[in-house]
Design a protein. Structure first.
Lengths: 334, 334
């Protein structure tokens, strides 16, 4: 058998039709018949080999929604035809301390769905069954993909660091991740502020769940917000004045960065020391956390705001992503 | 009445006898008859006006042990003659969110014992009674002072961040704070490693509670410790290769800095992101935390290793502190 995909054949190359033979299905694997696939900024970073770990032909796609088309002989917890999703990770060692503690997302040898593997810009994709998460019936497939990477990336720190409904949350960057963070934090019961440099996003941020917005280009506005937040989730991948944001945290507050910024965080110790503040980061979440996130999303009607393209428009969709104009997440469908 | 103290009259000046009239005792204050006073590196920083907030004549001393010699009319919870200690803070607003939550040490308007006030290098010192903590009978006064600033500074993060007895703790810098951190972490039930650049401190670190030591000057030794620690407490106030230390943390680990380093922490996001790691800092602890720390110290026989001078040898003692040779904390006594 063959899998029909879209691949780039060199760093930054256009996506072209690509067929490959995936070989025999592993005992612990499932094969997913792909219906939809969200596009994440890391698909673009990987396509361009920005992190130096890409292999070509490179098939993007790690926000996959589809149905179980085949399953390995050891797989009993997923049914043929069941609706599922696949995110950044397509496999875990299952035995390290992190895996054994339920923190599969922190497994040092976890396999990335598009790292040394072919992703979900395809008619089928394979993954270790443990990394594949059932989709609640109430969630529409065409809008579910972005939850599996962008969504869990901002949901996870809310769980991991014990965010309380009485807390005040700031979200920096209202894009693919940030527009979901606003929805999660609002449904979590929190007071929610959107930091955005785009005045055009003020009303949209309010519609997405923010109680108010702060224009992050105005130093005075940041100063006026001194001591306001228990948690700030920064979703941008550019360097900001992190010390100015530290000052907007309450005592014991946390600045949590989920964007992979290449520049060092030149943090000053004093605002951290005086207020017992923390700075942290995290990757996506574990399958168990994804499961809880989906359940929470279903209960609260949380849904990505999406733009839709067909898989054969993948290059157009990637260009749209790169333009930074997409509001807020792009999904490809067959 | 007058208080007889030792004061510097200019930045970096020698300490000379100094008398001042403290005025009427405040309703919420106590006057402590000073018996002993530890010396902290921040006494030296303040004497030299390194932080730009010193006032002269400057009386150092914020690790004070003595007895209650007088109390204001509102003070009912401390008895005349009761043995007490006074640390970095000599007063709190008592009504802000931090104070009302028991986090007096994070009160934005807390008064520093030697910031705009005269400290404990004196026969008497005054402070808001709420900031003065009774000393358990079993703790010898001559060895108690260093617990009130150096001790609580390293004990506090163990409490605040939920250190578990099953955790592995690293302590960077075996000096006034670090030698207490080793003792606390060992008594806490943890696996304890001392990072030290001084080979001469290897055996001393083991005696103080470390299970092993790592020579922090050996890059290979740091690399070999990858993924080992749940918590690292850095007690140094110089810039180290923080990213190398981040790599020695387990997933979910925390690098906690209690030294006031002036250089920015040029942290790389990737070791934080991949392992969901945190970097944080904190000041001293609240009076309630100091109380628990003293009880814990009494139960476990935790005691600073000290060198002793008389108050009239204060300049000699400060020079000894500045030399970096003191093992590990200096205490002045009358």
């Amino acid at each position: 058998m063959t899998i029909t995909a879209y691949a780039a054949f060199e760093p930054g190359g256009k996506l072209k039709p690509f067929e490959y033979d995936p070989g025999p299905l592993g005992r612990d694997e499932v094969e997913i018949a792909v219906e939809h696939c969200g596009i994440c900024h890391s698909d673009l970073s990987m396509l361009n080999n920005e992190w130096g770990i890409s292999e070509y032909p490179f098939v993007p796609g790690h926000e996959v929604i589809g149905t179980v088309a085949a399953r390995g002989e050891n797989v009993g917890h997923l049914d043929l035809g069941q609706r599922v999703g696949l995110g950044w990770h397509a496999g875990y060692c299952m035995t390290c301390g992190s895996c054994m503690s339920g923190d599969h997302n922190l497994c040092a040898t976890a396999a990335g769905t598009i790292v040394g593997r072919h992703g979900g810009f395809a008619d089928k994709v394979r993954a270790q069954a443990a990394s594949v998460v059932p989709l609640p019936g109430i969630i529409e497939g065409a809008f579910a993909g972005p939850l599996f990477c962008g969504g869990i990336t901002v949901f996870n720190p809310m769980e991991q660091f014990g965010l309380r409904p009485t807390d005040t949350v700031g979200v920096i960057g209202i894009g693919g991740l940030g527009h979901l963070a606003l929805q999660f934090a609002r449904a979590w019961g929190c007071k929610v502020t959107a930091f955005t440099s785009s005045t055009g996003k003020h009303n949209e941020a309010l519609r997405l769940g923010a109680h108010d917005t702060i224009n992050s280009r105005e130093a005075e506005a940041l100063e006026a917000a001194a001591g306001r937040f228990d948690l700030i989730i920064a979703t941008v991948n550019v360097k900001l004045d992190w010390n100015a944001y530290l000052n907007t945290l309450k005592p014991k507050g946390r600045l949590h960065l989920v964007g992979a910024t290449l520049e060092p965080l030149d943090l000053s110790i004093f605002p951290m020391l005086m207020g017992q503040r923390s700075v942290s980061s995290s990757p996506v979440g574990s399958p168990a956390a994804i499961n809880r996130m989906l359940d929470f999303s279903a209960r609260h009607g949380i849904r990505p705001v999406t733009e839709h393209y067909r898989f054969d428009q993948a290059n157009e969709a990637m260009a749209r992503l790169e333009s930074g104009q997409a509001r807020y997440r792009i999904v490809l469908s067959h």
